[in-house]
Design a protein around this ligand. Structure first.
Ligand SMILES: Nc1ncnc2c1ncn2[C@@H]1O[C@H](COP(=O)(O)OP(=O)(O)OP(=O)(O)O)[C@@H](O)[C@H]1O
Length: 555
């Protein structure tokens, strides 16, 4: 993989995503940066304290959260998407003004040539939350809802309705993006995929959290401006989130992995499996959750969330807990009399009892509909049982049986190719690229250039494309499954970029090979395969021809 910023493995600060460390005491907008709260796909969030106690005495917040986003720290492939995410976050954050949306007080672009790691970074100064709904659910004991469950849902709905009413789509609603203030008030946050509606839909980078994207997301195609994003996607995510909150973290679609759960959702949307909500979901909430999980996005778009919410909250007053938005101090809405805790417990199968906690904040590149069940993540039985695997037709460009591709790598390569909707990105092409990159050696290493593993990933670049394909909870470029899945996503994206730029489809194998070794920009600027990687590209096309693929359009 083409290295730009080269870090030795493990040198990146932990926390996942594109997080990077900001030194303690670093000044931003009158605040001094303190400890890191967390890191997401695009940046790091730190606590910051006022540099001037007099200002705090004068009413200014003594403590804020600062989110740092630095597209320049990423590899070439992800930079553009991240820059767009940063722009969205800034655009919406500046306008967000609602008690259930996290407020952003100021946005700075850092100019600090002495610190290249910070120079050019964007800093958003926000009100500081105590923790996220994801944290709260992680502590919950399914199927028991956490304290304040119904109030939190009412507040999330209030924030969401305000966004929709103002012509915006959140685009990434999930427990990790609902923040809880010190008094328990819930606020929507993370507006990186938030987009302004243009008529019926908005456009956003083709990214999403697989546990919360609607089923139609998997078959949307990405146009030049990104993927279509509609308020109905937020409604689906709200249905999933409501189910999770009211059952202490159980996802409405069963599966051991996010991939398996999304396959179950797609199967339901296709009509091949019924919707089976968990028995623990309170009766009053079932109409709302069922409506939000309407398979047909057009029908889903017609929903009246306020009316559904009124129905769901209708009987909750008896216990004395006020679940109206803005009444965090009224005490836990559930479990308690009149709330979710009042319901009868029903029989649960052993598999249902296993907590399917909220998914990690994985961002996946939209690469088309998943086509078969996940061999490494079998779905649970019982309600919403395994979706029967559909016979997979042999795809053109499959690896021939006698080829020298190791048996253990064939599955991951085929899976990676299948996830890409571009017909030119075939298993044979990915295999040819892997052969040229590492000779299929998962332990391959080129320390001089900082490239490692079967797909020769540069660690920092891998982090931007990482996928936990083997579902072991760790995304590792040394793990062939993860490395190949991430390579497939990146190569697919390169192919789409080059098509958008008008390169002939027949040249894609050569172009994506060159892009993988250099960058999409280098290839685009060159108008084809750059001189310095022509030999490498020729080698890949040679292997591709051996595997029965096309070797057209050599360098
Ligand atoms: N205003 C805030 N106050 C307190 N904590 C925050 C605030 N904003 C974000 N966080 C926390 O910082 C961490 C990183 O947040 P961020 O929005 O960058 O990413 P994320 O939502 O976790 O991941 P991703 O962007 O990949 O979905 C999260 O744990 C989040 O709860």
């Amino acid at each position: 993989m083409a290295p730009r910023a080269v870090d030795p493995p493990g040198a990146r600060p932990s926390g996942g995503g594109a997080g990077f460390a900001v030194p303690a005491g670093y000044p931003v907008g009158g605040y001094l940066v303190g400890e890191r709260i967390g890191a997401g796909g695009w940046g790091s969030v730190h606590v910051a304290r006022t540099a001037d106690p007099d200002r705090a005495a004068g009413g200014e917040l003594a403590e804020v959260a600062v989110k740092f986003i630095h597209p320049g720290r990423l590899g070439p492939g992800q930079r553009q998407a991240v820059a767009q995410v940063a722009r969205s976050e800034i655009r919406f954050s500046r306008r967000a003004d609602h008690p259930h949306l996290i407020r952003t007080f100021a946005v700075f672009t850092l100019t600090d040539p002495d610190r290249p790691e910070l120079d050019g970074a964007v800093a958003l100064v926000m009100e500081r939350a105590a923790r996220s709904l994801h944290d709260l659910l992680t502590e919950a004991r399914p199927p028991h809802p956490p304290p304040g469950a119904e109030r939190i849902l009412a507040e999330v709905a209030a924030g969401l309705r305000h966004m929709h009413g103002s012509g915006w789509v959140h685009g990434d609603l999930k427990p990790g993006n609902v923040l809880l203030m010190a008094d328990g008030t819930a606020k929507l946050a993370d507006f990186g995929l938030t987009s302004e509606l243009e008529g019926t839909h908005a456009y956003a980078p083709p990214l999403g959290s697989p546990d919360h994207v609607p089923p139609e997301w998997w078959s949307e195609r990405t146009g030049a401006r990104g993927a279509a994003l509609r308020p109905s996607a937020d409604l689906w995510a709200y249905g999933v989130l409501a189910h999770q909150v009211l059952t202490g973290g159980l996802h409405p679609f069963l599966g051991a992995t996010a991939r398996a759960r999304s396959l179950a959702a797609v199967a339901y949307a296709r009509g091949s499996a019924p919707l089976r909500l968990d028995a623990a979901l309170p009766e009053r909430w079932r109409p709302l959750v069922t409506a939000c999980l309407t398979a047909d996005r057009r029908r889903r778009a017609q929903l009246d969330l306020a009316a559904l919410l009124a129905g769901a909250l209708g009987g909750s007053g008896g216990g004395g807990a006020d679940v109206r938005p803005g009444h965090a101090a009224a005490g836990p809405a559930s479990p308690g009399p009149g709330a979710a805790g009042r319901r009868k417990r029903r029989g649960r199968t052993a598999t249902r009892a296993a907590p399917l906690l909220v998914a990690a904040a994985t961002l996946l590149v939209l690469t088309g509909a998943p086509e078969r069940s996940d061999p490494s993540g079998p779905m649970s039985g019982g309600p919403g049982r395994a979706v029967p695997a559909r016979p997979v037709p042999a795809r053109p460009g499959a690896i021939p049986p006698g080829a020298d591709v190791p048996a253990a790598l064939r599955g991951p390569i085929e899976d990676a190719a299948r996830r890409c909707p571009e017909p030119e990105i075939t298993s044979a092409l990915l295999a040819a690229m892997l052969k040229a990159e590492s000779g299929f050696d998962p332990a391959a290493a080129r320390p001089a250039t900082g490239e490692y593993g079967v797909a020769m990933w540069t660690p920092t670049v891998f982090n931007a494309w990482a996928q936990d394909a083997d579902h072991d909870g760790v995304k590792s470029y040394l793990d062939p499954d993860d490395a190949i899945a991430a390579m497939g996503g990146y190569v697919c994206w390169l192919g789409q970029r080059f098509k958008q730029r008008g390169f002939p489809a027949a040249e894609l194998p050569a172009l994506v090979t060159a892009g993988y070794r250099t960058s999409d920009k280098t290839v685009a600027d060159t108008g084809g395969v750059p001189e310095r990687v022509k030999a490498h590209v020729a080698r890949v096309l040679g292997y591709l021809a051996e595997y029965g693929g096309s070797s057209v359009a050599g360098p």
